[in-house]
Design a protein around this ligand. Sequence first.
Ligand code: RIB
Ligand code: CA
Length: 310
Amino acid sequence: MTIPLLIDTDPGVDDALAILMAYAEPSVEVVALTVTAGNVGLAHTSANALKLVDLVGADTPVHAGCATPLVRPAEDAAYVHGNDGFGDTGYERSTRELAASHAAQAILEASHAHTGRLMIVALGPLTNLALALRLDPTLPQRVARLVVMGGAVTGRGNTHLVPAEFNIGFDPEAAHVVFSGWPSFDLVDWEATVRQGLAFEDVERWLAADDARARFYASISQRTRDWTRERGRGGMLVADALAMAAALEPAACTRVETRHVAIELDGALTRGATVVDWEGRMGRPANARIVLEVAQARFEARVAAALGAA
Ligand code: RIB
Ligand code: CA
């Protein structure tokens, strides 16, 4: 029996790779894509999600969600992903329609349709998931596993508020709702992403595969790969793909630490930080299984397979 998987996402170049990884895994069925603003605006992230469903020849419903964070406005990441979120290549838009129900409603519907079996992988800001949780606080009881890409567990983030990682920093209030309302979830953070980059030459070899997915991904990721090289990074950093590898292959998570993680909402320099109680001083139950390492060979095998390069 396949595992029903709902992906909440803000595609986004690394989201796209993660989503291709999910569709390439026969043991899971992608039952819904729920889309939020984040990397770029909701109109683009929604269009990008519809395009990915076309690319893999699926009929997965795509539900648009929140166009803004819960409370305060936030800057997007168009400087990384392009103004359209997919490298500004002008790709041919899908003619597919968005599903009627809001992403938050779709999350609840999926939790009832697949009670006790649903896996949710959250690859963007947590706005949709937070709304779903506020609509129905019993949601976690029906979800078998939640994997979140977000945070920086020792304060080395990737935003102008140094300890904050983009997904959490874009909507800290939403992250607080999820981190304080979800008893136990897996967390794959930015620092693990930086430790587990993909060598450019390997990526370029995989992108040369004679496969529509490789060709499309080569096109939409060109800008991000160029930008990454220009910044002097040693390889391509694909946070969402690492989180998806952890989600699809729990046995590949070779280092995991379970701790309490809370979200800073007010610090002038630290808003959006994921504050980890490493020494157990806060006296609060551990809510996060922090994935510190995914077996690199397994991670890369899944990336290659997602591009038809295996
Ligand atoms: O910090 C990395 C995360 O922010 C990834 O999910 C990327 O897609 C962006 O959303
Ligand atoms: Ca993302």
